[in-house]
Design a protein around this ligand. Structure first.
Ligand SMILES: O=C([O-])CC(=O)C(=O)O
Ligand SMILES: [Mg+2]
Length: 636
């Protein structure tokens, strides 16, 4: 039983032939207890090469007769040691079903069958009843619904993930619309803000400046070896909430749980990472519960070297085909990291590329409601950071593909406003490099409202990270100029949304095609119910990642993002359009992800970037067959 092997060697999963006899039935009962010090060099060396022999680690293994000590004495001196006296973190591994019930990978709780309870020494450790996984899901969703406060629901979900992984994923998959706002935006934002206070058990891998020079070793401390996706943040721009430092860990953890639930990537193949180079958030630096390095952010060479070591170690440890998803880095690093490592690694920036792909999908499908082609529209952004310029570029690229016009021309359909006003050519000199392509000829315009009147966009997109910036004046101007104004208020979480669903529908007399980044509930306006859409990269990255992994893709290409957008747009049904929606509901997300994965993989094969050969005949079917199932397995 793997769980036993895990506990034999204290987590690293290096399975020893000498360990396995203890996993077999009766032998365990009579075996003397073996006590292994966690982290001793011999144990570690053995774990690494997968061949530790207990008896060989003689100096660091203490043998005790189980009948003599009974385990309740302070045999290791931990209780009697004073606080400043170092103690060894001994861990006693007892081969019994008790460990199985506490192993989140294998635990089934009350769903362990009678046979399993007998075979794995669980009699008496569980109450008599045996229930199905379905009933457990029902019980859990009822329990979650009892909590009024979203953060309590979040904590309950995290507890479940720690306790019973398969049940967590089954629950999330079966109640995805209800639970997405709990494990993901907006609640994950609040969880990150309060991460130090709600912190119970560490999740993911923390790589701080203290680990400089040792990152490869740190990666090897992670219990799983076959990592396929890493989501990494440095916590500098968490959603629209700013610098949350090490408390940003909630984001990679949340994103990866969606990789599994929505995209079907095995949880054991997912690695959340937070790079801690300090924080410039004074409140956190003064917070006694802050869990990160208490220093200002390292920048320049020091920052670049840590990232370089991380990226090198990742490739060395997991190979060429591991996907590294950058998440919530600040603009000044995000673009550089993507272009630097795009050439050498399989990297994807969700905030630049994932957001771009999901928004393009929404725009493509909105054409069914507003008519015309993409080239007939004019786009105005508030916010010229990762999301804004990323979306802008993908729109220009798609128009260029559709019309054969050069990219320099199609970019002129897209205008951006930043904190200093409309981006125009007279500002060129002082602009950051990623804004320069958008500096078109125009006289200076200071405010968004003025820009709406001057540019007369058909589509207004908010990616500023600043809430309530689509004022009544701005939205009304959109409604005056357009029969059906497209208004996308994308900043996350809900508190940062540029306008609420209610505002958008009220100020446009129900004519807006409105989507937000974080979900809003339906709105009733003059007796009619309007259902806002959610334009969130969660539609794209899980399927996109699955497509890369299942085809063994080695580099991301922009055409794959276009393929993903088209795949998502093709999943919107007439019934959705009739409701004014431009995205399909999240309820079918696994099927949608399989469609996206198939199209992304097909593009990768076409571009010669896929290494899994021969190409599977039916990529959609193949994608579905690759997806992780959260259903319990039977233990022999
Ligand atoms: O996490 C989300 O909901 C979307 C996202 O990537 C961001 O806002 O940074
Ligand atoms: Mg993000």
């Amino acid at each position: 039983m793997i769980s036993l092997n895990r506990s034999c060697f204290l987590s690293n999963g290096g399975i020893s032939g000498n360990c396995s006899p203890f996993s077999q039935g009766q032998k365990r009962r009579s075996a003397s207890l073996k006590v292994v010090a966690v982290g001793t060099n011999a144990a570690r060396k053995g774990e690494r090469n997968g061949s530790i022999v207990m008896e060989n680690a003689a100096k660091e293994v203490v043998e005790l007769k189980s009948t003599v000590h009974g385990g309740d004495k302070d045999v290791y001196g931990e209780d009697t040691a004073s606080e400043d006296q170092p103690v060894t973190p001994w861990s006693v591994s007892v081969a019994s079903g008790y460990n199985l019930i506490r192993d989140p990978h294998h635990n089934k709780g009350l769903a362990f069958s009678e046979k399993e309870r007998d075979a794995h020494y669980m009699r008496g450790l569980l109450p008599p009843v045996v229930i199905s996984q379905e009933l457990q899901v029902k019980k859990m969703i009822n329990a979650i619904r009892q909590y009024q406060v979203p953060l309590q629901k979040y904590i309950a979900m995290m507890d479940l993930q720690e306790r019973n992984q398969k049940l967590f994923y089954k629950l999330l998959i079966e109640h995805v619309e209800e639970l997405l706002p709990v494990v993901y935006t907006p609640t994950v934002g609040e969880a990150c803000q309060k991460y130090g206070s709600i912190f119970q058990r560490p999740q993911g891998l923390f790589i701080s400046l203290k680990e400089k020079g040792k990152i490869l070793e740190v990666l090897r401390n992670w219990p799983e070896k076959n990592i396929q996706v890493i989501v990494v943040t440095d916590g500098e721009r968490i959603l629209g909430l700013g610098d949350l430092g090490c408390h940003g860990m909630g984001i990679p953890v949340g994103k990866l749980s969606l990789y599994t639930a929505l995209g079907g990537v095995r949880p054991s193949a997912c690695l959340p990472v937070t790079i801690d180079v300090g924080t410039n958030n004074e409140k956190l630096l003064d917070d006694e519960f802050y869990i990160g390095l208490r220093q200002k952010r390292a920048t320049g060479q020091e920052y670049a070297e840590l990232l370089q070591e991380f990226m090198t170690a990742v490739k060395q440890n997991y190979g060429e085909k591991v996907l590294v998803q950058f998440e919530d880095f600040a603009n000044h690093n995000a673009f550089d990291l993507l272009s630097k490592y795009g050439a050498t690694h399989l990297v994807f920036n969700d905030d630049i590329q994932g957001t771009a792909s999901v928004v393009l999908a929404g725009l493509l499908s909105s054409l069914k409601l507003v008519g015309g082609s993409l080239a007939d529209h004019t786009f105005l952004f508030l916010g010229a950071g990762e999301a804004g310029t990323g979306i802008a570029e993908l729109i220009a690229l798609e128009i260029s593909k559709q019309t054969n016009a050069p990219l320099e021309e199609t970019r002129k359909k897209v205008w951006l406003v930043d904190s200093k006003g409309l981006i125009v050519s007279s500002r060129l000199e002082s602009l950051q490099h990623f804004k320069k392509p958008w500096a078109h000829e125009h006289e200076p315009v200071k405010t968004l409202a003025e820009a709406v009147n001057a540019i007369k966009p058909t589509v207004l997109i908010g990616t500023s990270g600043v809430g309530r910036t689509f004022t009544k004046e701005v939205v009304e101007a959109m409604a005056t100029n357009n029969e059906r104004p497209i208004i996308l208020a994308l900043s996350n979480p809900t508190s940062q949304s540029e306008c609420t669903a209610e505002e958008a529908y009220t100020w446009t007399q129900g004519r807006a095609i409105y989507c937000s980044g974080s979900p809003f509930p339906p709105v009733e306006y003059e007796g009619k119910v309007y259902t806002p859409g959610q334009s969130n990269n969660a539609y794209i990255f899980p399927g996109f990642g699955l497509g890369l992994l299942m085809s063994g893709t080695i580099r991301v290409h922009d055409d794959m993002l276009l393929a993903a957008s088209e795949a998502l747009a093709s999943q919107v049904s007439q019934e959705d359009f009739d409701k004014g929606l431009i995205y399909p509901p999240f309820t079918n997300i696994r099927e949608i992800s399989a469609h996206i994965a198939a199209k992304v993989a097909a593009k990768s094969y076409e571009l010669g970037l896929a290494t899994r050969l021969p190409q599977p005949k039916d990529l959609f079917q193949y994608a579905e067959s690759c997806m992780y199932s959260p259903n319990y397995r039977s233990f022999r």
